[in-house]
Each structure stands twice: as structure tokens, then as C-alpha cells.
Design a protein around this ligand. Structure first.
Ligand SMILES: NC(=O)c1ccc[n+]([C@@H]2O[C@H](COP(=O)([O-])OP(=O)(O)OC[C@H]3O[C@@H](n4cnc5c(N)ncnc54)[C@H](O)[C@@H]3O)[C@@H](O)[C@H]2O)c1
Length: 350
């Protein structure tokens, strides 16, 4: 294959801001068509993608204008149908996070992908922050030893603004959850990258802003998702986690800070410093409570969708291309457990 031909399904914010520019910057990817339920949005994205081909019916486009792969950037309740249609067409699939509305959907998607043998990808973007990749390398090389703690938060303040309009992100029927799926899924995916699966947890979810202005109207609509989620739990490996994700933190635009601490050393990842980690590694350092800044190397810089394109061009084993649907499914299991726990108030197994 000389070039990978892509279809874009869902041509809104993430398609315009990430999928299209990342694919176009690869050099061996081209975009054949853009689809969106809004014809104007599909047309606008197609112009940006350098093609005239666009439409509102991705099933017809998949049938009539064959491609090698798709990216899916629709709201969450449309992921499952789009993924299943793309898999039935036998193409490689990149679907935005969170993979699905629930574990049952994610399981169906992962199963069909396995049966079709195609490459899958879920853009947990923060896996590609250079500092996050360096931390993964340090853990794999044994510098932290057995991981005892993953403690972190991901905070934004966009939901705090009183006049922020009601969008699909505040509606359970479309988004599935609020801060949990929007931000928590990223934090859970990073925990999985660094420390593996979660075994059991307890969580609480809270809504602070209960009504929002409906678009184009002075009327208010009810918010039925969480603005904030906090979970504590235990890893399958025995370590403990303490994670918090929120859209109601004053003064925060998109802030993540996670401390991963093991028997041999500790590391702080902070996404406002994507090219370095704070580290206290080895007994000589951690026994003196000494910390230093460790810069990332050139090898830690990657554009996330280039990973997907390269994997297709190189014919990689789908199991070796991560984060794939299997990772998306693991994250979904933790999300669903958090929702169950928040409803019941009990500890739950993942
Ligand atoms: N990886 C990240 O860091 C990141 C960042 C932002 C958003 N996202 C994810 O990207 C996805 C989309 O978010 P967004 O911010 O682009 O939303 P958006 O509302 O800007 O865009 C979604 C687009 O999908 C279209 N759409 C809706 N239903 C459709 C359907 N059935 N078929 C085709 N098109 C349909 C809408 O018309 C809209 O243009 C979500 O899963 C979101 O969580 C991921």
C-alpha cells in the first residue's frame, strides 16, 4: 500500500482540530471523504482535507467510495453504530474516546474487530505526551519498582461558567456521562498505561451546575451528567489509585497532574510541562526526599495518528498497536464500575 486512504466519520471539532491535520501531516495518508450528519460541517471538513467528496450517510460512503481506514469523531452515542459499520466494511478503525456508551457496546466492538483482524485505535491523546511516554519507559525499565500509588487529577473549568450553553456533553443520552467519560477516561487510560488494570473501586459523582441555557434560546435545560468524579481503588497488581476528574475547577483550562510512586522511586507527570518529569528515583534520592527534573528525549515525540497510519502501512499485528479497542474496553469497564459505585455507594469489582 503506497498511501492509506481515509474516510472521516463525524467532522466536528476533533476531526478538524486533530484527525484531519494529523493525517495530512503524515505524507502517506490521504483523505477520500468526510461524513457528518450536518452537510455543511462535512463540506467544510472536506475542503480542509483537500477533497470534494463528502456526505451525510457514512454507510453509503463506505459502500460506494471504498477506503482503507476511518477515523470516528462523533458524539459518544454514535460511536457504536459507526464502528460496527466500518468493521463490517473491513476497514481499520480509529474511534474517539470513550470507546462506547457502556461495556456491552465496547465488548461487541472489540469482538468484531478481533474477528475482522483489522487494526484499531482509540486516541487517548495523553499517551502521546512526551513526558507520559518517558514515564512508561522508566516504569518498564524497573526504575520505580513495584507501583504502590497512582494519584492524580484532571481539571478543567469550562462547566463552571454560568452562561456555558447546553451541548451534547451535558446530556446523558448522548454522552453517557460527563466528566467521567470526557476527562476521567483519559486519566483511567493513563493509569492503565503506567500501572495496568484496576481490580476494584469506589466512586462519587457530583453535578454542581444543574441547568444550562439551551442553544439559541433563553430557556434552560437540565444537566443530567456529572461535573465531577472522584474514585479510589486498587490495581490488579495490588497498588492503590486515587483519581479525580472535573469540569468545574476555577482557573483551570486543561490541567493534569499525576504522581506515580513505587518502592524504588516516584515520578510526577504534569501536562503543563509536557517535555519533562519530576523524578525521585533510586534510594540515594528518595531517602533524601530529593527531586530533579528529567527532560524527555527525541524518541519520545510522536504524533498520535501517525502511529495508526504507520501500523497500517507496516501491517502490524493489531494486538501490538496501542491504545487499541482492547484498551478502550478496559477503560470502559472502570468507567462503568465507577458509575455503578456512585449510584450504590458501595465498593464494586471492575
Ligand atoms: N482525544 C481527545 O483528546 C479528544 C478531545 C476532544 C474530543 N474528543 C472526542 O471526540 C468525539 C467528538 O467530539 P468533538 O469535540 O469533535 O464534538 P463535536 O460536537 O465538535 O463534533 C461531533 C460531530 O459529529 C457529528 N455527528 C453527530 N452524530 C453523527 C452521526 N451519527 N454520524 C456522523 N456525524 C455525526 C456532529 O454533527 C458533529 O459535527 C467525542 O468522542 C469526544 O469525546 C476527544
Amino acid at each position: 500500500m503506497e498511501k492509506v486512504r481515509f474516510g472521516i466519520i463525524g467532522s466536528g471539532g476533533i476531526a478538524r482540530g486533530a484527525h484531519i491535520p494529523q493525517l495530512l501531516s503524515h505524507g502517506k495518508a490521504e483523505i477520500a471523504w468526510c461524513a457528518d450528519v450536518s452537510e455543511a460541517t462535512a463540506k467544510d471538513a472536506a475542503a480542509r482535507a483537500g477533497t470534494a467528496d463528502c456526505g451525510t450517510d457514512y454507510v453509503a460512503l463506505l459502500r460506494e467510495r471504498p477506503v482503507d481506514a476511518v477515523t470516528i469523531g462523533t458524539p459518544h452515542n454514535a460511536h457504536h453504530a459507526a464502528v460496527m459499520a466500518a468493521l463490517e466494511a473491513g476497514v481499520h478503525v480509529c474511534c474517539e474516546k470513550p470507546l462506547a456508551m457502556n461495556v456491552a457496546e465496547a465488548q461487541e466492538m472489540a469482538e468484531l474487530a478481533r474477528a475482522k483482524g483489522v487494526i484499531t485505535f482509540v486516541p487517548f491523546s495523553y499517551w502521546f505526551v512526551p513526558a507520559a511516554r518517558l514515564l512508561k519507559e522508566l516504569i518498564d525499565q524497573g526504575h520505580l519498582g513495584e507501583i504502590l500509588h497512582v494519584t492524580g487529577y484532571y481539571s478543567q473549568g469550562n462547566a463552571l461558567t454560568p452562561n456555558a450553553t447546553m451541548t451534547w456533553r451535558f446530556q446523558k443520552e448522548i454522552a453517557g456521562s460527563g466528566a467521567l467519560g470526557d476527562l476521567g477516561s483519559h486519566l483511567i487510560s493513563l493509569t492503565y498505561l503506567w500501572a495496568g488494570p484496576v481490580k476494584r473501586l469506589t466512586a462519587q459523582m457530583k453535578t454542581f451546575v444543574h441547568e444550562r441555557k439551551l442553544p439559541g434560546s433563553d430557556e434552560m435545560g437540565a444537566v443530567d451528567v456529572d461535573d465531577d468524579v472522584q474514585l479510589i481503588g486498587e490495581l490488579a497488581s495490588g497498588g492503590l489509585i486515587n483519581l479525580s476528574a472535573s469540569r468545574t475547577y476555577a482557573g483551570r483550562n486543561n490541567y493534569q497532574r499525576v504522581e506515580v510512586s513505587g518502592r524504588e522511586g516516584g515520578v510526577v507527570y504534569d501536562n503543563s510541562h509536557p517535555d519533562e518529569l519530576q523524578v525521585s528515583l533510586g534510594r540515594a534520592w528518595h531517602e533524601r526526599n530529593a527531586w530533579a527534573t528529567l527532560p524527555v528525549g527525541r524518541q519520545h515525540r510522536l504524533t498520535q495518528l501517525h502511529t495508526f497510519v504507520d501500523a497500517i502501512l507496516e501491517g502490524k499485528d493489531p494486538a501490538d498497536v496501542r491504545p487499541n479497542f482492547e484498551v478502550g474496553l478496559e477503560v470502559q469497564k472502570v468507567m462503568e464500575a465507577a458509575q455503578r459505585s456512585a449510584e450504590s455507594g458501595a465498593w464494586v469489582d471492575v
